[in-house]
Write a protein of this length. Structure first.
Ligand SMILES: [Zn+2]
Length: 84
C-alpha cells in the first residue's frame, strides 16, 4: 500500500468540492427555493450585516460564519464565477 494510492481520485473529488462553491452557496443549494430566495434577498441588502445573517441562520440551525457570508458577498469565496 502506497500513501499515494487513490491520489488522483482524491484530487478529483477535492476539485469537485471547490466547484460546488463556498458555505453560503452550499447552504442555498440545500434550502427549499423559497427559503433560499429569502437568504439571497438578505445577502443583497446593504443594511443587513454579515453577522446578522449568520445569526439569523443559526437560529434556524444552520451554521455559516459571518466571515464566510462576507467573503461570498464580496465575491472572493470559492464559488464558481458567475454563480453568486
Ligand atoms: Zn460563495
Amino acid at each position: 500500500m502506497s500513501k499515494f494510492d487513490g491520489f488522483i481520485s482524491d484530487a478529483e473529488s477535492e476539485s469537485q468540492l471547490r466547484r460546488t462553491g463556498c458555505g453560503v452557496q452550499t447552504l442555498l443549494e440545500k434550502l427549499a427555493e423559497d427559503d433560499a430566495d429569502q437568504v439571497r434577498a438578505a445577502l443583497g441588502r446593504a443594511d443587513i450585516t454579515h453577522q446578522a445573517i449568520s445569526r439569523a441562520l443559526k437560529r434556524r440551525g444552520l451554521t455559516v460564519s459571518a466571515f464566510t457570508v462576507g467573503r461570498h458577498r464580496r465575491g472572493i469565496c470559492s464559488c464558481p464565477e458567475g454563480e453568486q
